[in-house]
Design a protein around this ligand. Structure first.
Ligand SMILES: [Zn+2]
Length: 263
């Protein structure tokens, strides 16, 4: 499957590039036509200085410390995977990741839909999945936030989620609440030891969702409750005892992040 990598790259908005950098743990902030981020090109998330710049006019990034070179978003993805997982991603995989994330079809027009897995059909791959050897992830220490902030949130019945079958009981268990000022559903993320490591906000405003993505780190009183999403399993704090007694876990991708085809 091939994608028009230059077209996709040139189409990417600043917000979309920031979203990718955020997912990679780069702590991005947008300043005019420039994104400033941590140097995740050669550092683990949280370790580098804020010296990685992305320029919208050239669609290129530059690292002003170690790397001293220009590279594009695909190369950043490759570099970050190398640093974080010691995993070599070929360029086409990085392109496919971006393409799937933002809903691009391949050049052959065999369409995004075709590669999406039907619910549950992947369970039949269970035996094969058992043989997949996962690369060990580097340990990073995540910042802990004061969870008193959660006491300031509202607890209305969240209609859209109730309609989707998420019960009030489940929402209470996961400490789901609501931040009226930004019209966001509040989703605290805790690590396995129950420390608050970040808070995601799910906007209920359609236009905002289109502009910034539906899920973003919550920002309250100028504090951004962000964290690199790839370094903790959501809900593990509540389920780890069951997992260790049953010795099985089914892990789902959250937040409509891309599903990559098996390679
Ligand atoms: Zn660098």
């Amino acid at each position: 499957m091939a994608f028009d990598k230059d077209r996709i790259k040139n189409d990417l908005t600043l917000e979309q590039v920031a979203e990718i950098i955020e997912e990679l743990g780069g702590n991005p902030s947008i300043h005019g036509d420039v994104i400033m981020a941590d140097t995740i090109c050669h550092n683990l998330p949280g370790e580098g200085s804020h010296k990685l710049y992305y320029y919208d006019n050239t669609k290129l990034l530059r690292c002003y410390t170690e790397c001293h070179e220009y590279f594009d978003i695909y190369q950043l993805i490759v570099k970050a995977h190398e640093v974080q997982y010691e995993e070599e991603w070929a360029l086409p995989k990085a392109v496919a990741y971006v393409a799937h994330k933002f809903g691009y079809s391949s050049i052959e027009e065999d369409g995004f839909e075709n590669i999406l897995l039907e619910d549950w059909t992947y369970i039949k791959d269970y035996d094969r999945i058992k043989e997949v050897i996962t690369k060990e992830k580097k340990e990073i220490s995540l910042k802990e936030y004061d969870d008193k902030i959660l006491n300031c949130m509202a607890h209305p019945l969240i209609g859209p989620w109730l309609e989707e079958g998420i019960t009030k009981e489940t929402m209470d268990r996961f400490e789901i609440s609501y931040y009226p000022k930004e019209c966001q559903i509040v989703i605290p993320h805790r690590d396995a030891e129950n420390k608050l490591i970040g808070i995601r906000g799910r906007t209920l405003v359609k236009e905002e969702g289109e502009l910034f993505g539906k899920y973003r780190p919550l920002v309250v009183n100028r504090t951004m409750y962000n964290h690199p999403l790839g370094f903790a399993l959501y809900g593990l704090n509540l389920n780890k005892n069951n997992i260790s007694s049953i010795k099985k876990a089914i892990v789902f991708e959250g937040e409509l992040r891309p599903i990559l085809p098996f390679q």
